[in-house]
Design a protein around this ligand. Structure first.
Ligand code: PLP
Length: 388
């Protein structure tokens, strides 16, 4: 099989060769336990410290020990939300949005089931929030814990994190943002932001799957969810996954070095792809705010065709993209993000997300642009609803 044309980088990214190289010695030579008293094990600890500095630098954290290593973005989100609610005591009001990733909606609904008040904010047809709605909730006089994502994984739409953070802080609430799709794609500087907690995930930025981090601003209280040993200064027990932590550090260093160039590269490819599809495929519409979004993402709906059918036909020719719909128990569930944006019924099931990365080339875009008009024309011919 030929190398696939991979345009699904919001799902996961290829591990960078430099990252693999940085990890290997921690499987072969330096495999000791960083908590050991002997030099062979204990000596490994300094490499974790370097990785912590590299992660801190990527997101502009003032102190490396504000970074806690986790196993993934989902763990970081769960730890932030449940840990902050638990540490707040009383019964804080939990605030989130309808378009969050399941890793945020899951713990929020869990808390709601346990009796916490949960407010789930709406978005408009472009996927943007109404800041007045947030202000009303944040100023209600009750302690709040808000978890509001930075960039949407399906549409790429960016929420105004500084403004949201200011509002939450005015109401003396705790503010967590899921920055899994932002870290490594756009510059981030938490020390200048009203953010208490921020999640990142290794596999979205060319580190392996199975490692993530949570930024916890100094002074923010979070109850640990994994209790046991004293790793991560007692905030997350468990012997450290040293090779993956080292890999995440390296990936952050690489992302940091080329962040502007990569964003520009991805934006150029994305714009060419998007314009090409809109001009050659009938009934194609971009979902979400086209100005205010990640440089690498476009989410396009095709009237009267099924996203899954498009994906299967693309897969046949070696193109890997994604759709927001999930095939659940035999019925096709439309994306909760597009539903929240009130995308019309004729387009709700026909959305495809293309998400680009640093390794994509103009050749990849040529290939997608060659295939898409053929795929869409074919599927529209087969659709009983499509009309010219
Ligand atoms: N949050 C967002 C916005 C995501 O896109 C994802 C993964 O797709 C996650 C959280 C979960 O990250 P992980 O796969 O590392 O658990």
């Amino acid at each position: 099989m030929n190398k696939p044309v991979y345009v699904d980088n919001n799902a996961t990214t290829a591990v960078a060769p430099e990252v693999i190289e940085s990890m290997l010695p921690f499987f072969t030579e330096h495999w000791g336990n960083p908590s050991s008293m002997h030099t062979f094990g204990g000596g490994v600890k300094k490499h974790i410290d370097v990785a912590r500095e590299q992660v801190a630098e990527l997101i502009g954290a003032e102190h490396p020990n504000e970074i806690i290593f986790t196993s993934c973005g989902s763990e970081s989100d769960n730890m932030a939300i449940r840990g902050a609610v638990d540490a707040a005591g009383g019964h804080p009001h939990v605030i989130t949005t309808r378009v969050e990733h399941a890793a945020v909606l899951g713990p929020c609904h869990y808390l709601e089931d346990k009796g916490f008040r949960l407010s789930t904010l709406d978005v408009d047809e472009k996927g943007n929030l109404d800041l007045n709605q947030i202000r009303q909730l944040a100023m209600s006089g009750k302690k709040t814990v808000a978890s509001i994502m930075w960039a949407n994984n399906e549409t790429g739409v960016l929420f105004p994190v500084p403004e949201i953070g200011n509002i939450i802080k005015e109401g003396d609430g705790v503010f967590h943002t899921d920055a899994v799709q932002v870290a490594g794609k756009l510059p981030v500087s938490v020390k200048d932001l009203p953010v208490d907690l921020l999640s990142i995930s290794g596999h979205k930025l060319h580190a392996p799957k199975g490692v993530g981090a949570l930024y916890v601003r100094r002074g923010t209280k979070v109850t640990p969810h994994i209790m046991g040993g004293h790793q991560e200064r007692g905030r997350r027990a468990g012997t450290e996954n040293v090779p993956y932590i080292v890999g995440l550090g390296k990936a952050c260093e690489l992302a940091m070095q080329h962040i502007e160039q990569n964003a520009e590269h991805e934006r150029k490819l994305r714009d060419r792809l998007e314009e090409g599809i809109l001009s050659t495929c009938k009934g194609a519409h971009v979902n979400g705010d086209r100005e205010n979004r990640l440089p690498n993402t476009t989410n396009i709906s095709f009237e009267y065709v099924e996203g899954e059918a498009i994906l299967l036909m693309l897969d046949d020719v070696g193109i890997c993209a994604s759709t927001g719909s999930a095939c659940a128990s035999g019925s096709l569930e439309p994306s909760h993000v597009l539903r929240a944006m009130d995308v019309s019924r004729t387009m709700l099931h026909g959305s495809i997300r293309f998400s680009l990365g640093r390794y994509n080339t103009d050749g990849d875009i040529d290939c997608v642009l060659e295939q898409m008009p053929r795929v869409i024309a074919r599927l529209r011919e087969m659709s009983p609803f499509a009309k010219d």
